[in-house]
Design a protein around this ligand. Structure first.
Ligand SMILES: C[S@@+](CC[C@H](N)C(=O)[O-])C[C@H]1O[C@@H](n2cnc3c(N)ncnc32)[C@H](O)[C@@H]1O
Length: 214
């Protein structure tokens, strides 16, 4: 995924995937049920920052990172409007992440779908370095069934979304194997979870809540 393409999308506020003031239902559920408790957390590919803001309002010490500088500028403004202090940074999560330190919770909503297969192992290795032992990693990404990206007949590589950006939509098992190929153990799976974007289009995806083992 090129940074330029993403900056273009974020030339305007409210990208098609940004659910303004509405944090992910799954995030609300794992926080309100105390599956994950307040700690140092990172919102991976935070976009305009609404999930980061939810975490900060619920007692987490939050760092939000996104490759797009435009998205980070909106995220900072949005956090200011909500009166929360969040460390937002423009970073490519495929680069060296040593400067970020360690986190007890990594939250990721739909970023993995923009990381192509040849980059996914590197991404997971990076995550394993910044999530501390016994820390949690939540990942939601689109799967092969995703109607919003053209349906399963289109295969794994799609450009059928509203933005035309390349999106990778593998079978659920492929994502499971990727996560378990590093130091994460999957604790909870949500299969075929539907996500409605700002155009009302429904996408099918899975989530995995994992724990860093060693
Ligand atoms: C589908 S959007 C989801 C944004 C946000 N999580 C939300 O729910 O609104 C994926 C986000 O990942 C960011 N992204 C893509 N590749 C990235 C990378 N290599 N490093 C950091 N951020 C990246 C994009 O700029 C975009 O904001």
């Amino acid at each position: 995924m090129s940074k330029e393409q993403l900056e273009k999308i974020y030339q305007k506020r409210h990208a098609v995937w940004t659910l303004k003031n509405t944090p992910s239902r799954e995030l609300r559920s794992i926080v309100s049920c105390e599956v994950v408790n307040p700690c140092r957390a990172i919102d991976l590919g935070c976009g305009e920052g609404y999930n980061s803001i939810y975490l900060a309002l619920n007692g987490f010490d939050v760092t939000g990172v996104d490759i797009s500088e435009n998205a980070i500028a909106y995220a900072k403004e949005n956090a200011g409007e909500h009166g929360v202090n969040i460390d937002f940074r423009s970073i490519d999560l495929l680069d060296n992440l040593d400067e970020l330190g360690k986190f007890g919770f990594g939250f990721e909503w739909a970023l993995l779908s923009q990381i192509m297969p040849e980059e996914r192992k590197r991404y997971m290795k990076n995550l394993a370095k910044i999530i501390k032992e016994d820390g949690f990693y939540f990942s939601y990404s689109f799967n092969i069934k995703s109607e919003g990206f053209g349906g399963s007949k289109k295969g794994k590589y799609r450009t059928e979304g509203a933005t035309g950006l390349p999106v990778y939509c593998p079978p659920t098992e492929e994502t499971r194997e990727l996560i378990e190929s590093t130091d994460f153990k999957i604790k909870m799976v949500g299969k075929d979870i539907k996500f409605r974007d700002n155009n009302g289009v429904i996408h099918n995806g899975n989530y995995f809540l994992s724990k860093r083992t060693r």
